[in-house]
Design a protein around this ligand. Sequence first.
Ligand code: C5P
Length: 243
Amino acid sequence: MLSAKDRLIIALDVDTTEEALSLVEKLQDYVGVFKVGMQLYNSEGPEILKKIHSLGGKIFLDLKLHDIPNTVGQAASVLTRHGVFMYNVHTAGGSEMMKKARESADKVSGQNGSIRPLVIGVTVLTSINQSILENEMGVSRSVEEQVVSWARLAKESGLDGVVASPKEIRAIREACGEEFVIITPGVRPEWAAANDQKRVMTPREAIASGASYLVVGRPITAAADPVDAAKRIVSEMEEGLKC
Ligand code: C5P
């Protein structure tokens, strides 16, 4: 079973290589994975991945691919060649697109003998509420029904897991089983500010609800002492693992 530390993903939401590597150097003994999202990747390009890897960091490449199946399949081959630990695609892109992403991960890692990256689906973004889902996207299901439906589709299409809000963890776990990976942002310890996150859970609650990995950004990266903040969050996650 993964340890609490292995399950903690730090969001490197910064613009520069210098800021990102400073966080990796400080935190890599205390956390499991570093998340490179569209801000850092679009600013520094694929070089940043090599630099984080050279410091021994594992990477979640959070680029949320969403395009026609062939384009996503080709892009997924490139991401697999970068040797990242996991990357993601939008489940809204449909089953054929998700299957292509998984096939590329299998094919490229099989050819170069590397470990296959986990391929993760993004379900309903936590910034989308019921009213936006209905009125702007034309979806009449509840957010939870939509998330669970997309999580099922992701699983059937060969994906390893999904990103979802902490509130949906239990329903996804029930629908998709124990092995399915559930990654959740929107995690806030009681001692940290919520910032712009609206539907939050503590690290202990999120792990106790069945999350596989937690994504945490500002409560650690903006803390006066990021190492101390990471250690406190890992110990709260350890409590959750005992539940
Ligand atoms: O600083 P904070 O802990 O809020 O960072 C959360 C990270 O998780 C950010 O990188 C954000 O983009 C990401 N995320 C999120 N909600 C989603 C998907 C991703 O907060 N639904």
